[in-house]
Design a protein around this ligand. Structure first.
Ligand code: UD1
Ligand code: MG
Length: 475
């Protein structure tokens, strides 16, 4: 393990508790993602809308991984093919089952019946549009199964709105009543159903077969499991989590609000881990951003997915990073753009208006001003002058540029790839490098300069005279 990662792993919530539990029970995660999400007003299925650049589904699956599930099944319906493709990218071991018609949450879970034939253990139901449930909460849900046959996750809502209400008697959950079906008195209850639950698989499928759709929506409600379980003398309980964890997304406004919640949490976590954010509210993080201790992030920096920054680095203002790695002591920006495959070694400097893509920059190398370095490797302590460009694309294919250690690339050099420059090579400013340059050699390609005595003055006089004639003519 890289030592710069150590302080981050302190925050890793997967621990010994989980491995202990795993010995006694296996888990199948069922993620409901078939709904249309009408209020998103979108061609994209709701669960694929991003929060911090990871789809809601990705967040939900990441949360579920804390339970180390033996099976992961996503129930897709609306735009199922897009969901299937996204699932394959996120987790190749996850399965997708189709719910052709969206007849309700119970019907959705029931679509996993065939896939889970022969599975014994717990089914944990998550919602694809409830991305923020914490690993800790999921672990508490599963732990509560030791005391109850069915465990429902609830939360005390500041505004219970249209959520289903959890009707408790002491620790026992008596019934869940949907808002539409609730009496005035029941609607005053603020303990709400998140929709998430954990239940023994055999019991759940046995009960699901008995659920009907005689209710205000004409849907098969998963929430009816509670009464059915109790009618069989089974114990049912609800545990509570913080309302922020059950934040559901139904509209673009909810999506933006969820992103803001994520950002606030992620920034606070980074600050706790010893990262300096000079203006935290201006730093935009991705769901998987990793930053090491004592790194300083100046204002207005955007992190796309797949960025790792080691300890003691400096990311200066207005930089944009995605799919890249920044090592200890590196300085980036202001106004730098690191694109996928940018690998900065220790103590490298990437300055203003520099774009790096798919390139390794070795220890101590500098690319300080106005350059594009793509599909390249730059050797140790090499200095790339202002305005240097790797001409990596011929219109059809991409080609590599390789530069050795301690080279000095003059300003405004064009490196026409594929091309290799050895250690300790130089290029003169303005050179267009089309041929390889050997160790210790200088490349120069430009027309010789000629100075014409007195020409500047003569040309100016001529131009001024011309302007005067033209102005006179137009009067
Ligand atoms: C559900 C709960 C409600 C709870 C609320 C929390 C039921 C009957 N009600 O209501 O008690 O307070 O969630 O947000 O369960 N889905 C499918 N297939 C379907 C229907 C839904 O996959 O046929 C998926 C949706 O994509 C979504 C989730 O299930 O991810 C919840 O469905 P939704 O229609 O939003 O349920 P609510 O009416 O919000
Ligand atoms: Mg909903």
């Amino acid at each position: 393990m890289a030592d710069w990662l150590a302080p981050l792993l302190v925050a890793d919530r997967t621990g010994t508790e989980k491995s202990k539990r795993k010995l006694i029970m296996s888990t199948a995660l069922v993620v409901l993602a078939a709904g249309k999400g009408t209020r998103m007003n979108s061609d994209i299925p709701k669960v694929l809308h991003p929060i911090a650049q990871g789809s809601m589904l990705e967040h939900a699956l990441a949360a579920g991984r804390a339970l180390d599930p033996e099976r992961v099944i996503v129930v897709a319906g609306h735009e199922a093919e897009a969901v299937r493709a996204a699932v394959a990218e996120i987790d190749e071991t996850a399965e997708v089952v189709l719910q052709e018609e969206q007849l309700g949450t119970a019907h959705a879970v029931d679509q996993t019946r065939a896939a889970l034939t022969g599975f014994s253990g717990d089914v944990v139901v998550l919602y694809g549009d409830t991305p923020f449930v914490s690993a800790d909460t999921l672990e508490r849900m599963v732990a509560a199964r030791a005391q109850a046959d069915l465990v429902v996750l609830g939360f005390h809502a500041a505004d219970p709105a249209r959520y289903g209400r959890l009707l408790m008697q002491g620790d026992s959950l008596e019934r869940i009543v949907e808002f539409k079906d609730a009496s005035e008195a029941e609607r005053t209850v603020d303990f709400c159903n998140s929709g998430l639950m954990a239940c023994d698989a055999d019991l759940m499928f046995d009960l699901l077969a008995r659920i009907g759709n005689k209710n205000a929506s004409g849907e098969y409600y998963l929430t009816d499991l509670v009464e059915l379980a109790r009618a069989q003398g089974r114990s049912v309980t609800a545990i509570a989590c913080d309302e922020s964890e059950t934040l559901g997304v139904n509209s673009r406004a909810d999506l933006a609000a969820a992103d803001a919640v994520f950002q606030a949490k992620a920034r606070a976590e980074l600050l706790d881990l010893g990262v300096t954010l000079m203006a935290p509210e201006t730093v935009y993080l991705a769901f998987d951003t990793v930053i090491g201790r004592d790194t300083v992030i100046e204002p207005n920096v955007v992190f796309g997915p797949g960025v790792t920054v080691e300890s003691g680095a400096l990311i200066r203002a207005f930089s944009h990073l995605e799919g890249c790695h920044v090592s200890r002591g590196a300085k980036v920006g202001p106004y730098a753009r690191l694109r996928p495959g940018a690998e900065l070694a220790e103590n490298t400097h990437i300055g203003n208006f520099v774009e790096i893509k798919n390139a390794e920059i070795a220890e101590g190398a500098k690319v300080n001003h106005l350059s594009y370095i793509g599909d390249a490797s730059i050797g140790k302590e090499t200095n790339i002058g202002a305005g240097t460009i790797t001409c990596n694309y011929d219109g059809v294919m991409k080609h590599r540029t390789q530069i050795g250690a301690r080279a000095f690339i003059g300003s405004n050099t064009l490196l026409v790839a594929p091309v290799t420059l050895g250690h300790e090579t130089m290029t003169a400013s303005g050179t267009v490098v089309t041929k390889d340059v050997d160790h210790g050699d200088l490349a120069i390609s430009r027309t010789r300069q000629e100075n014409k005595t007195g020409y500047a003055e003569k040309i100016m006089d001529m131009l001024r005279a011309k302007k005067a004639r033209l102005t006179k003519g137009s009067e």
